[in-house]
Design a protein around this ligand. Structure first.
Ligand code: HEM
Length: 405
């Protein structure tokens, strides 16, 4: 492939050791965008990749790339270049020079003056990278990185599903998240090309102490989620490890992404009672049905007027640990809208979750939800993907390096 030399040369200029163009202003702009009380930047390097246990930022820009080179050396160089660039971006620096004479600028420039805005870039590897005869990586495929089954009611579109490499860019500022994806696409070319992307807002909460945000259905989302500081829950439910994962995935996690279209017209036409029955929670307070406060424990056995307070097909019942062998997942999803076209509103949930083993967590849970969830009347799963997110990298290393060891 002739593209390889070009790619490595370009990745070298763009990602590594490039001198900044005059006026980049990264350092002095670093704090301008930080919400009060929160750090402006989240370190890229560390034991775990950022963007998993990180308290969710306001915005996501999600990208799936397809690798078009068939050389394992190119794949390795691409992952190295992505990490080097992500480290610069998350500290608020441009990926490369903004002034380059007659050549196009290396960094596209739309974040000059914005600061890092708590940007995190989380990298994932899709199952297709491990296909026999492709890169010679089939023996390295982690057992939990299965191809997802087709669930009841799925109407998946291939063009907005799957992908070889995932880039989850989250930030407090949508332009900062977009810029990361924009520049990583340029950097990845021509070894890899974008397959699909989607921007989202309105995060699922994974912390306490701040009001739980609402999704576009008006319900609080994240109430019963795993919280960022719950180390024991992360160790048990989120971080990959032995025996099911290979050593190079230790401290990583498996990400499942679903693009779930919400039929808003239909949802908006049902009563508040019916909306609350669907989730099993009160809309305004967020309390489980039959309780008063958002964080009141969920009592799935509670009976009111001779009927279960929480319907047998309510979303929170079918997704609960009690119905899933005690399993939980870390939800880190967002709402999205793709405008109105042909008179119909397009919008829904970019559902993102992390776990130690999707075979024991997402798959059985989604199998139950797909069959019974009252919410299905209002939703359509149109995109789907699964990725192995390796552990974090140390300085001088890159995310995914262990795959080639
Ligand atoms: C359009 C799609 C979806 C919407 C709007 C949605 C919304 C919600 C809401 C409002 C809650 C209650 C508050 C909370 O604890 O966060 C909730 C809980 C939950 N959802 Fe979803 N959800 C969706 C899809 C999914 C999917 C695909 C899964 C996993 C397969 C899932 C798993 C869960 C879990 C595990 C809980 C917590 C259950 C518990 O109380 O233990 N959700 N969701």
């Amino acid at each position: 492939v002739t593209t390889r030399r070009e790619f490595i040369a370009r990745a070298g200029t763009a990602g590594l050791g490039a001198t900044l163009g005059a006026g980049a202003g990264a350092a002095e702009a670093a704090d301008a965008n930080a919400p009060a009380g929160r750090p402006a930047s989240v370190p890229f390097y560390g034991t775990h990749q950022a963007g998993i246990a990180t308290p969710t930022q306001e915005h996501v820009h999600f990208l799936a790339l397809d690798v078009v080179s068939d050389s394992v050396g190119d794949l390795r160089a691409l992952l190295a270049a992505l990490s080097a660039a992500a480290a610069r971006l998350t500290s608020g620096e441009p990926v490369g020079p903004l002034r380059t004479g007659v050549d196009p600028p290396v960094d596209t420039g739309e974040t000059v003056g914005l600061g890092p805005a708590r940007l995190t870039v989380t990298v994932g590897l899709g199952p297709a990278l491990f296909k026999p005869g492709r890169f010679g990586l089939e023996s390295r495929r982690p057992a939990p990185l299965v191809d997802l089954p087709t669930f009841s009611g799925d109407s998946l579109q291939p063009g907005i599903s799957n992908g070889d490499i995932a880039i989850q860019a989250c930030a407090e500022d949508p332009q900062v998240a977009f810029h990361a994806v924009h520049n990583l696409i340029r950097l990845a070319s021509p070894a890899a090309v974008p397959r699909w992307s989607l921007a989202g807002f309105g995060r699922t909460l994974n912390t306490r102490g701040r009001p739980t945000p609402r999704n576009i259905l008006g319900f609080k989302e994240g109430t019963a989620n795993i919280v960022a500081h719950d180390q024991a829950a992360f160790d048990r439910f989120v971080w990959a490890g032995a025996p099911e994962s290979p050593a190079w995935m230790n401290g990583g996690s498996y990400m499942v992404v679903r693009r779930i279209q919400i039929l808003l017209d239909h949802w908006d036409s049902v009563s508040l009672d019916q909306q609350e029955r669907t989730f099993g929670r009160h809309k305004l307070s967020g309390a489980p049905l039959g309780e008063r406060h958002e964080f009141d424990p969920i009592d799935l056995n509670k009976v009111v007027d001779g009927r279960p307070a929480i319907s047998r097909l309510a979303h929170i019942r079918l997704a609960s640990p009690a119905y899933n062998d005690g399993e939980r997942i870390l939800r880190r999803g967002y709402s999205y809208t793709d405008g109105i076209y042909d008179g119909a509103a397009g919008g829904g949930q970019l559902f993102i979750c992390f776990q130690r083993d999707p075979r024991a967590q997402f798959i059985p849970m989604q199998t139950k939800l797909a069959r019974g969830d009252l919410l299905n009347e209002h939703t359509e799963h149109i995109g789907s993907a699964i990725f192995a997110c390796p552990p974090g990298a140390g300085r001088g290393g890159f995310v995914g390096e262990g795959l080639f060891a």
